[in-house]
Design a protein around this ligand. Structure first.
Ligand code: KMH
Ligand code: ZN
Length: 270
């Protein structure tokens, strides 16, 4: 089964001081996504920043970034509705009115590093319903076992259509630790028809991405999840992280899906 690789070029937390290669402005993000596409990424997971590089849910910044990406390549767009810890939920949720092919859905509130990630149950249900109405595929971000149960409840309520698509997020302080045991536990509990990828945050990114690929999952790569190529060595850019994920997949005899195949698997499965 081929591997769908998602590039997550920016994220909400890191700064250019952490890694000067972090793309934050629309042109920079579009160039980074284009390079990732050339390496084999089929999906772009996007966070936007304002002119001061702070996370923003500004619809005009998102629209401009998407336009610049579309001028460069046909990669599938997945907007983050996580946006950033200080951005109010309703502003974050309004981003989906831009009708990207996909958007993230974070099912629960949690501690997130030193901050709080607020996803109130009623807001999550409203967002799920609106995504369903607009035909936007939710990427269900589960940081803990209970988050998976919350997603299954959304499905039971009829708020998720088609095969559910999960990101098993490991290594966020406030969620599950990045261990092989946590990953296998979560994968074992996913519904049979689930499509899934690992998001391994921080220093275990490489190992857990590899284990996820070996277990049959998809992969995410980019500076949102790790600033380093290896211990003590900053990644020169998103391109190199995507290239490494592609190499890992190929070494495991898993071909890498192009955009058409990714579209079929992610967006048109019943
Ligand atoms: N930053 C990751 C830990 C989102 O953007 O909605 C999770 C994530 C969620 O990518
Ligand atoms: Zn994100």
């Amino acid at each position: 089964m081929s591997v769908i690789i998602t590039v997550a070029p920016t994220g909400p937390i890191a700064t250019k001081t952490d890694n000067p290669a972090l793309p934050t402005q629309p042109e920079e993000i579009a160039d980074a996504v284009h390079q990732a596409y050339q390496e084999g990424a089929a999906v772009a997971h996007l966070h936007l920043r304002d002119v001061n590089d702070r996370p923003t849910a500004d619809v005009s910044v998102a629209r401009r970034t998407i336009e610049l990406i579309r001028e460069r390549c046909p990669i599938l767009i997945q907007l983050s509705t996580g946006v950033g810890l200080d951005v109010p939920f309703d502003e974050r949720a309004a981003l989906i009115e831009l009708r990207p092919e996909m958007a993230t859905l974070n099912p629960c509130s949690m501690s997130f590093g030193a901050g709080e990630f607020r996803n109130p149950p009623a807001g999550v249900e409203r967002l799920a319903a609106r995504m369903q109405e607009l035909g936007i595929k939710p990427e269900l971000e589960v940081y803990d076992t209970g988050h998976l149960d919350a997603c299954l409840r959304l499905r039971d309520k009829g708020l998720l259509s088609g095969s559910p698509q999960f990101s098993v997020v490991l290594g966020v302080r406030g969620g599950m630790a990045a261990t092989p045991e946590n990953l296998t536990l979560m994968v074992g509990r996913l519904p049979e028809d689930a499509v899934w990828q690992v998001i391994a945050v921080g220093r275990h990114n490489l190992a857990l991405t590899g284990i996820g690929l070996a277990l049959g999952g998809n992969a995410r790569a980019g500076l949102e999840d790790t600033l380093h190529l290896r211990k003590g060595e900053l990644a020169p850019g998103n391109r190199q992280l995507v290239r490494r994920a592609v190499q890992l997949a190929r070494a495991l005899d898993r071909p890498v899906a192009d955009v058409d195949e990714a579209r079929k698997t992610l967006l048109t499965r019943p």
